[in-house]
Ligand binder design. Structure first.
Ligand SMILES: NC(=O)c1ccc[n+]([C@@H]2O[C@H](COP(=O)([O-])OP(=O)(O)OC[C@H]3O[C@@H](n4cnc5c(N)ncnc54)[C@H](O)[C@@H]3O)[C@@H](O)[C@H]2O)c1
Length: 253
């Protein structure tokens, strides 16, 4: 893992930090010496991970919230403000329940999926803006998906549409927050071998997906987290409104 000395002492909030990519992000930013706020609906999960990080001498604080709920998000960011402010917001939590078609999707599934993946990014970003404006190195990093870039990765139409919305919303953030010295970018991952995804796919399915990727493998959480660390670093300070395709070139196929 690259070391970015400037991240030491910065304050980083990560949603979805109890599992998968968000958990690896929390561990990696903590290892850089950042103060990490682990945000998740799974309060016990983030409390356990935070306690482990604190036990290793790192700075971590668990915050339980529902990112789709306006009042819950407000309360969480008020706690972060009381804790001393925020430099980096990583909107990582998201996902979808099942592979679906437009025809077989009911309105409830559509609304829940869009709320989890897009409404949440609006709510958390809006709540973070006053804190980020006080930072000298403000960053918003949104986790979109290759599903928001192209339709050939099988997923869910609600999920892909919401992730395309995340990519566009990131551009609005970049435009609005740029004058305050805050950059906003997104990352568009490919299927990532998190524990949850690895448990869902057979080795044959993994091989089939990997065969469609120019680099011939699926992503790891570390692939995305290396990009997040870079985007948070001073060297990435002039990248704004971009989506970085951490998908091994799959998006161009
Ligand atoms: N894993 C992949 O293959 C993959 C591929 C492309 C994009 N992504 C994106 O990367 C991000 C992380 O994916 P992952 O697979 O690591 O996720 P994951 O499912 O492993 O973890 C998601 C976390 O979000 C939390 N969460 C769910 N609903 C919440 C809510 N309402 N409020 C607060 N927290 C909530 C869960 O408790 C969980 O800890 C997501 O945005 C996902 O869409 C993942």
């Amino acid at each position: 893992m690259a070391i970015y000395p400037e991240l030491k002492g910065r304050s980083v909030a990560i949603t979805g930090a109890a599992n998968g990519i968000g958990e690896v992000a929390a561990q990696s930013f903590a290892a850089q010496g950042a103060t990490v706020y682990l945000l998740d609906i799974d309060g016990a999960g983030v409390e356990r991970i935070s306690a482990g990080l604190r036990g290793a001498g790192q700075k971590a604080q668990a915050v339980q919230l529902d990112i789709t709920d306006e009042a819950s998000v407000k309360q969480a960011f008020a706690a972060i403000e009381t804790g001393g402010g925020l430099d980096v917001l990583i909107n990582c939590a998201g996902g979808y329940g099942r592979l679906a078609t437009i025809e077989d999707m009911d309105i409830g599934e559509w609304d829940r999926t869009v709320a989890l993946n897009l409404r949440s990014v609006f709510l958390c970003s809006r709540a973070a803006i006053p804190l980020l404006k006080k930072s000298k190195a403000g960053r918003v990093i949104n986790i979109a998906s290759i599903s928001g870039r192209t339709v050939h990765a099988s997923s869910s139409p609600a999920y892909g549409s919401a992730k395309a919305g995340v990519i566009q919303f990131t551009r609005f953030l970049a435009h609005e927050l740029g004058p305050h010295g805050i950059t906003s970018n997104s990352i568009s991952p490919l299927t990532t071998l998190t524990p949850r995804v690895a448990a869902l796919r057979t080795p044959e399915q993994v091989e089939k997906i990997a065969a469609q990727v120019p680099l011939r493998r699926l992503a790891t959480s570390e692939d995305h987290v290396a990009t997040m660390l870079f985007l948070a670093s001073d060297g990435a300070g002039f990248i704004n409104g971009a989506t970085l395709d951490t998908n091994g070139g799959r998006v161009m196929m």
